[in-house]
Design a protein around this ligand. Sequence first.
Ligand code: GLV
Ligand code: MN
Ligand code: MN
Length: 417
Amino acid sequence: MAQSPTRAADRVDETRLWQRHMAMARLGARADGGVNRQALSDEDIAARRQLIGWAAARGFTCAVDPIGNLFVRRAGRERDLPPVLTGSHLDSQPSGGKFDGTYGVLAGLEVLEALEDARVTTRRPIEAVAWTNEEGSRFQPGAMGSAAFVGRVQLVALRDTVDRAGIRLGDALDATLAATPGLARRALGFPVAAYIESHIEQGPLLEADGKVIGAVTGIQGSRWFAVEVTGEEAHAGTTPLKIRKDALKAAMAMVAALEALMADATDVVRFTVGRFDVSPNSPNTVPGRVFFTIDFRHPDPAVLQRLGDQVPALCAAHARGCAVSVTPTFDAPPTHFTQGIVASISAAAARLGLPHRDIFSGAFHDAKFLAEVAPTGMIFVPCARGISHNPAESAKASDLAAGARVLAEVLAELAEQ
Ligand code: GLV
Ligand code: MN
Ligand code: MN
């Protein structure tokens, strides 16, 4: 006979969850309805304080680790067992939406509250976590908090990373930690029993397929590069073309060559130049310096290697007399989530009567790194027309609540193991 849903899933409160999304969206609100809450900014600090306030109001304890990952804990019956973690991130793209990342953190908090409301105890503690700097838009690379947590990157090396205004990550981090005082301190990388992340899909498949829940099977691989082209500033009216070292024209030739390299009739390769800074950015000075980024993704590690390894030589071949440096800033292989967890997510959706399907993620998530240290899975819910990294990002309150109910089921199960 099919099991019935737990009492915790029944206590997920759609209105509370929705209102919290709207409250978070006010922190860094943009005039166009979107959110600009970049990592370790004043807006991020405000969001952290809001989360800490909601947690404290329910008697949950909060802790922070050296990179600012913020943990909200509901104790288990056996207090010293490694916790089951759930969460995502509170930082956004500069022109982000209300749901990317925020949903996973708020769904986690919602489940902690639903467990309280249902008076359900769990053997293990369950913690909702907000990972620091998942987006990687202000400080590169992304998923920094989770990568540092699992030891993939070292915090000491990251501290000297600067944003476009020249602010060091280390200084922004120290300011963020100082602005949220009184939290218990945690070490990086404590043992984790399992990790489940809820997220909007950020693609169109669930909506097109009429499904409410995606049981995520894995995440494609990503490689990022930072390219710096250095030419020579010169007078636009007087300098003959043949003696110019025009950093912009060189960078444009590089991007065109990269576009040709990454061309894929099957539309599986994802290639993006998302940042392009020209200096001095004056109409009548030949550009002396260009900085641009490459974000390149694919599910197949062999393709990631074959195409990605050609990037430095291709840029050098189109330098047109300029100097070029190509620095890899992120290299994450494809991830395959734990099969038993994917199956638990599908089974929970089925118990709750929610249409579901397996799905593979094109976006990366903190779960990518947690999968290296603990059984890990993700729950996707639909977002309108798959739009994300866009102020117009939109999701239905009922779908967000449905995902939180599935999360409640899976967390309750894992926390008894
Ligand atoms: C996450 O924000 C990504 O770029 O996939
Ligand atoms: Mn995200
Ligand atoms: Mn994102």
